[in-house]
Design a protein around this ligand. Structure first.
Ligand SMILES: *[C@@H]1O[C@H](CO)[C@@H](O)[C@H](O)[C@H]1NC(C)=O
Ligand SMILES: *[C@@H]1O[C@H](CO)[C@@H](O)[C@H](O)[C@H]1NC(C)=O
Ligand SMILES: *[C@@H]1O[C@H](CO)[C@@H](O)[C@H](O)[C@H]1NC(C)=O
Length: 512
């Protein structure tokens, strides 16, 4: 035997010894895979069948310059007319579930239950029935940012009436769809919409806006509203419908920089600001807002010496009401930032949330088309571990994770993103015992990406927005995702016919 061969054998032996300590590459039997969309982003039919106006209809129509390509989602993917086709594509994907959102103004044009739009009820009945007929579990989000315009004009989430209206809307959804929908998500990423300048500009009194605490008041209303709907489900529906109800939070992982303890502290504060503010009241043992953050905000308000910056507080009955009010931890995650204590400061102008001022990007990290999206696969493992430690290992349902590019069908960079994030999720499951039960790719189709219009593409399917038929085309990533679901394994070498083979090089962007 030649030396080279001997070395090869030794190498193989060594590798197989190492493999035993490697992560198990097979997803647990109970692990579920899905894809997501949201109503405003895909449905179109913005004024069809009696649908009411949402704040996104109003924004895109009245202030088109706010949208990067001045587009809107009047038609978008036209999913309003394409239930059968979309469900067929979902079936092709072989997903376990589809996370979609219900458009509040499609069901209730004025926001209130005294005016139910039967065509809205019909539309989601069709979608839900078609999903179930094809063996796909419907995961329904009640609110994915498209507030009825009429409610916005009365103060939006800062008006108690919106909270009451949401409870009535949720009650209607349970009574209409709860016999078939077993997985509910009340709100998707409230951190994002509560602290979005648009919601702040139009919903609230000017005095409040200037002091920047509007986002906190909105968050307060959303958290209470979520818990109210959770209790409503427990009280009136759970026993009959046997479903689950949760909330989904968006979070970046805030990686400490290189300065030792002070960077660790600042990264922890950034995590508590971005995720803890929302999650602590519901998922921690003691409930309420995280004290670390309240203290910082107190400090901040004294610094800028503003009298009207009042952070809402929970009464003790509320603390109990919120604590434990979710059957799973919905997590939306895309990227990581690096936190540098030497930059640490609160901005006196902005809202002191999200740690924007002391956590930022790393130039070494690969970028997506979205300027905020850097590819940092190990970040999700650290985030999952943070959640495990902080909230006693709750069941985590990953409600969105995905990559933006320019829309090519040979989307090797998206494949790389999904494969490598899933690898780190496996490590979190098998090596760290994190309780992760499901993974959702954002997104099912290329769609209207809010302020970015159609300039950033996240879909597993390409949509031709210039064609009347809004033709869908499978991208490479859809094939790869299906293969993962079928094999229950990541296969970096998988290369379906009709697509160029991806080259995984040092730069790992797959385009070589
Ligand atoms: C890997 O995980 C799968 C699914 O949980 C399990 O069936 C299999 O036995 C595991 N393999 C090893 C080597 O632990
Ligand atoms: C990512 O984008 C930033 C900002 O445009 C740039 O400075 C950085 O070099 C990019 N990173 C890579 C790896 O290309
Ligand atoms: C994960 O969470 C579910 C639901 O709470 C629970 O039934 C299960 O035992 C948990 N698994 C682990 C490994 O903690």
């Amino acid at each position: 035997m030649k030396t080279k061969n001997k070395l090869t054998i030794i190498y193989i032996l060594l590798m197989s010894t190492c493999t035993s300590s490697q992560t198990n590459q097979t997803f647990p039997n109970s692990f579920k895979f899905g894809v997501a969309s949201s109503a405003y982003q895909v449905e179109g039919g913005w004024n069809l069948g009696g649908k009411g106006e949402s704040i996104w209809d109003r924004l895109t129509h009245s202030k088109p310059k706010k949208i990067k390509d001045r587009s809107n989602a009047d038609i978008s993917c036209d999913s309003y007319h394409k239930v059968l086709e979309d469900v067929q594509l979902l079936k092709d994907l072989d997903v376990d579930f589809y996370k979609f959102s219900i458009s509040w103004p499609r069901i209730l044009p004025t926001g209130h239950v005294n005016n139910i739009n039967s065509d809205g009820i019909r539309y989601y009945n069709e979608l839900i029935d078609e999903l179930i007929a094809n063996g796909i579990r419907p995961v329904a989000t009640m609110f994915h940012w498209d507030l009825p315009q009429l409610l916005q004009e009365k103060g939006g989430w800062l008006n108690e009436k919106a909270v009451l209206a949401f409870e009535e809307y949720a009650n209607l959804l349970f009574s209409m769809y709860g016999n078939r929908v077993r997985d509910w998500i009340t709100f998707d990423d409230p951190g994002r919409f509560c602290f979005d300048p648009y919601y702040q500009q139009t919903s609230f009194a000017d005095g409040l806006k200037e002091d920047g605490n509007v986002g906190y008041l909105c968050a307060h209303a959303i958290l209470k509203s979520h818990a109210t709907v959770y209790r409503l489900y427990n009280f009136n529906y759970r026993e009959r419908q046997h479903g689950r109800i949760g909330i989904s939070f968006g979070s970046t992982w805030m990686e400490p920089g290189v300065r030792g303890e002070s960077d660790d502290d600042i990264s922890e504060l950034a995590m508590q600001l971005e995720l803890g503010w929302f999650a602590h009241p519901i998922f921690s043992r003691i409930g309420d807002y995280p004290k670390m953050v309240s203290d910082q905000i107190d400090y901040f308000t004294r610094q800028i010496q503003t009298s009207s910056f009042i952070i809402p507080e929970f009464e003790s009955a509320d603390v109990e009401f919120l604590r434990g009010s979710s059957d799973f931890f919905g997590l939306t995650h895309y990227t990581t930032k690096i936190c540098d204590s030497s930059q640490s400061k609160f901005s006196a102008e902005g809202t002191p949330l999200f740690g924007m001022d002391f956590c930022g990007q790393n130039e070494q990290w690969e970028n997506g088309t979205s300027p905020w999206l850097q590819v940092v696969p190990w970040g999700i493992r650290k985030l999952l571990n943070w959640i495990k430690k902080e909230y006693d290992n709750p069941e985590v349902f990953i409600t969105a994770n995905g990559f933006s590019d320019d829309g090519s069908d040979n989307d090797c960079r998206r494949v790389h993103y999904i494969n490598s994030y899933l690898e780190h999720i496996l490590a979190a499951i098998y090596k760290d015992n994190c309780n992760v039960s499901a993974y959702t790719v954002w997104s099912f189709l290329d769609s209207f990406q809010w302020y970015q219009g159609y300039t950033e593409k996240f879909g597993l399917y390409n949509v031709d927005f210039n064609a009347l038929e809004r033709t869908r085309t499978a991208k490479l990533s859809s094939m790869v995702y299906t293969n993962i679901i079928k094999q229950r394994k990541i296969d970096w070498d998988y290369s379906p016919e009709g697509y160029k083979m991806c080259k995984w090089g040092l730069s790992t962007n797959g385009t070589a």
